[in-house]
Write a protein that binds this ligand. Structure first.
Ligand SMILES: Nc1ncnc2c1ncn2[C@@H]1O[C@H](COP(=O)(O)OP(=O)(O)OP(=O)(O)O)[C@@H](O)[C@H]1O
Ligand SMILES: [Mg+2]
Length: 429
């Protein structure tokens, strides 16, 4: 198939976003779902995670989403998807006296940031309490500027045990703002706010991390949910879009008229007949669901109009998914982190390529993208450096950088990544 090269305009509504940006450099999981104690997974501003069914791809995104939910609400809510922390903890830790999981995240600032070259390291350990609830055992956040001096932002003063939470100290070196935090299922990280107008490294970092979680989005889009309608406005703790896409009407309502035009223009690459994306009007009550749809070109003469509105429930599944992804990429400020499960689902090969192009360009607009995929075709169209491989053998999940695998290196440079992946997995079967 011939690759379509398209000139992308930076039209209004798609202008480059210049806020300080943080990128996740690596994630280390311990005792979280499939991951017992794998080596850290390194990430790039654009990453595609591949691997066989049941290898541990979603485990990585779920760990990040666990943090996201705990930041927005609390640890109990973050464990709800697993009916509690018990099943979430890696089974190999059963029988240990204290059961827990641990996450370590490393961020780095992008080059446009005033605090260029600074880094942040966050560590969290969550215990399973005696009555089966998640209890924060310890938490730390350390930032390091380009001068290499480390500044602690969160420290654990007293580590928790199976019946009590760890006591944490916020801003331990700042006599005026130092604070003790010992809520059992809340993250100290969610309680920090950067000092207004304070551009010192600790406060700029806090602001950047707070903004990172506020704009993190995790998607495993569901065509059914995408058509169910939602409240017209997001609640303050909601993400820009929920994982199944139900709150798409609220996201569309946030777009400016210029951004709505940019959305139609972007959709027209795959769907040339789209004229407008519309959200139903609200009546006086803001408690009622609103619905979205698309105004499409129809043969003139139809009902006296040149276009007709089609509700989301009648739109094709690919159209629903595409609208959600493009709306997120066009919104300003954009998502900080955009994680999409099995990105190729429901999209034709040309649409996949277009979406992929946009996601690969997203880091330039301050959006880090992490995708999972099962498609060798998609891999053929991404940089080898962006690919991470997950393997699970004998109940042990491991993460690696695809390019550095010796079998991957042995291929001629003309062999595309997708073909290398299929061959490698064939050999390991
Ligand atoms: N608590 C646990 N302890 C150990 N292993 C677990 C635990 N929970 C799930 N697993 C195993 O981890 C596997 C990997 O899950 P994950 O959802 O990360 O896979 P995946 O790579 O996303 O697969 P798919 O491509 O099918 O979506 C599960 O299929 C299951 O075998
Ligand atoms: Mg999965």
């Amino acid at each position: 198939m011939k690759r379509i090269v398209r000139k992308r305009s930076d039209q209004a509504g798609m202008l480059t976003f210049r806020q300080p940006q943080f990128f996740l450099e690596s994630v280390k999981l311990e005792r979280f779902k499939a991951a017992f104690r794998p080596e850290p997974l390194s990430l790039s501003p654009f990453t595609v995670i591949i691997g066989r069914n049941g290898s541990g791809k979603s485990t990585v995104l779920e760990a990040l989403q666990w943090l996201d939910l705990a930041m927005r609400q609390d640890a109990v809510r973050a464990c709800e998807r697993y009916s509690g922390i018990h099943d979430l903890l890696n089974i190999r830790s059963r029988g240990e006296n204290t059961r827990y999981f641990k996450l370590v995240l490393n961020w780095k600032t992008g080059s446009r940031n005033s605090h260029k070259g600074s880094k942040a390291r966050y560590e969290l350990r969550v215990n399973e309490s005696l009555d089966g609830r998640p209890l924060i055992h310890s938490e730390s956040l350390i930032v390091k500027g380009s001068d290499q001096i480390e500044v602690p932002i969160i420290e654990t003063e007293k580590e928790g045990d199976r019946s009590s939470p760890g006591r944490r100290l916020l801003l331990p070196r700042d006599e005026d703002r130092k604070r003790i935090f010992d809520e059992p299922d809340r993250l100290a990280l969610s309680r920090l706010a950067g000092g207004a107008g304070d551009n010192s490294l600790p406060h700029a970092t806090l602001e950047a991390i707070r903004s990172f979680w506020e704009r993190a989005v995790f998607l495993r889009l569901s065509p059914q949910r995408l058509a169910q309608g939602s409240l017209p406005k997001r609640r303050s703790f909601d993400p820009l879009l929920d994982e199944e896409g139900q709150t798409l009407p609220a996201l569309l309502n946030e777009l400016t008229p210029k951004q709505q035009e940019a959305l139609v223009e972007a959709m027209n690459i795959a769907l040339p007949d789209v004229r407008k994306v519309v959200v139903s009007e609200t009546n006086s009550s803001r408690e009622q669901n609103v619905y979205w749809g698309i105004r499409e070109k129809m043969p003139t003469g139809y009902a006296g109009k040149g276009s007709y509105e089609i509700p989301a429930s009648m739109l094709s599944e690919g159209t629903r998914r595409l609208t959600a992804i493009l709306a997120l990429l066009i919104r300003r400020p954009p998502p900080s982190l955009l994680c999409i499960e099995e990105i190729e689902n429901g999209l034709d090969p040309w649409t996949v390529l277009d979406v992929l192009d946009r996601l690969q360009a997203a880091p330039r607009r301050a959006t880090q993208a992490i995708l999972t995929s099962h498609s060798p075709w998609l891999l053929d169209n991404v940089e080898l450096d962006a690919i991470r491989l997950v393997r699970r053998t004998g109940g042990n999940t491991r993460y690696s950088v695809f390019r550095t695998e010796s079998a991957v290196k042995r291929f001629l440079s003309s062999v595309p990544p997708g073909a290398r992946y299929v061959n490698l997995m064939d050999l390991e079967k």
